[in-house]
Design a binder for this molecule. Structure first.
Ligand code: MG
Length: 374
């Protein structure tokens, strides 16, 4: 039996999808859509390997969900497919877009059963409506609406995509390369998730779980004379600032680590290494925004945060409320959902000696609930 690899394309930026979350990260229960699709295939069929393309910035995170082969996507569907094909070891490759998220097993079986009868096996639907081409009606029985997944001979597909011409699917690439394309009956169930309304018509989708995720962060910075002090995004009247590669906003750094902890994306140093000149003197609120965007892209949203600032100096009571409001605004939350506490160290240790400040933070995230969208 010839070997079949599965490629799932999940690197799209969802720019036309008017939701704060990327399509591939809309949660189905407790898992993202891309994994929901991969598991449907994995449970129904046997593949030699499963290759998933993802946005380069999200790949490391995707690896924490499953042991597939993850490949960074390119700037287009075709570029992502070409990168994924480099990794394919199977003689045949089945390619599916994550947006084609509901698996019609009978249809995929029809595609797989026709292996070896052509170079590309394609599910297609007959046109049921009257079809016009420009201003003239055409014979609709001759019209085919092409779907995915399509099964292709790996070597021919690689060569076909190597020509530099752009194609909208595998069958047109293989057709252009002189390969043989065979049509099998498609399925109206194999609809694509293109617009948010489609979420209500796709019967395989599962509403997201109401579960919450909690993370913890701790950061410590030493004082440095002659630097402005910024704490929680608020300028503080102080003769010293914080020694740091960035602006040294120790409260925002602790909050970022709490958020990263909840989502499961490592720590602040992995995202903004202090060896990178881009973050020299950086406004930490910008780093917070970048982290929040990453979190929202991946289907989660902040619900609540609680910070404790340990400082002998400066005196923080005049600033606590401003810090709370600034952080709440950055996270799109009510000030009631962002608590800021301050305490001294009773003159003990490095904090008591006024050498620096430590901040502890806890943050809670929820799963973005697309099922309540109106
Ligand atoms: Mg720090």
């Amino acid at each position: 039996m010839s070997r079949i690899s599965l490629i799932l394309l999940a690197a799209g930026s969802s720019t036309r999808f008017a939701l704060p979350v990327k399509k591939q990260w809309l949660y189905q229960g407790t898992i993202p859509l891309w994994l929901h699709v991969a598991r449907q295939y994995q449970e129904a069929f046997e593949f030699d390997e499963i290759i998933v393309t993802g946005h380069p910035d999200e790949l490391e995170y995707m690896r924490q969900f499953a042991d597939y082969t993850f490949v960074p996507g390119g700037s287009s569907r075709q570029a992502s497919l070409a990168y994924a094909l480099e990794r394919v070891t199977g003689e045949w490759v089945l390619v599916n877009d994550i947006a084609r998220c509901c698996l019609d097993k009978a249809m995929v079986r029809r595609v797989l059963e026709h292996k070896d009868r052509a170079d590309c096996i394609v599910p297609a639907l007959q046109a049921v409506d009257t079809v016009y081409y420009e201003d003239r009606p055409v014979d609709r029985t001759a019209v085919r609406l092409i779907q995915t997944p399509q099964l292709s001979r790996t070597t021919i597909l690689r060569e076909a995509l190597d020509t530099g011409v752009s194609f909208t699917d595998e069958s047109s690439a293989i057709h252009a390369a002189g390969g043989r394309v065979l049509f099998v009956e498609g399925s109206t169930r194999a609809r694509k998730l293109t617009h948010p309304e489609d979420l209500y018509h796709l019967d395989c989708l599962v509403p997201p779980s109401p579960q919450t995720l909690t993370g913890y962060g701790l950061d410590i910075h030493a004082f440095e004379a002659g630097k402005p002090m910024i704490l929680g995004g608020v300028p503080i009247d102080s003769p010293v600032g914080f020694k740091a590669h960035s602006d040294g906003d120790v409260a925002v750094h602790a909050l970022i680590d709490a958020l990263l902890g909840a989502v499961g994306m490592g720590d602040i140093g992995e995202h903004f290494p202090d060896t990178d000149p881009r973050w020299k003197g950086a406004d930490s609120m910008r780093l917070l925004e970048a982290v929040l965007t990453r979190i929202r892209d991946c289907g989660l949203e902040p619900l609540q945060a609680d910070l404790t600032i340990l400082a002998q100096a400066p005196k923080l009571s005049p600033y606590k409320d401003r810090i709370r409001r600034r952080l709440a605004q950055a996270m799109g939350l009510l000030p009631a959902r962002v608590n800021v506490k301050a305490t001294t160290a009773e003159k003990m240790g490095f904090i008591g000696r006024e050498e620096g400040v430590a901040v502890h933070a806890v943050a809670t995230l929820g799963i973005y609930d697309w099922s309540k969208m109106s």
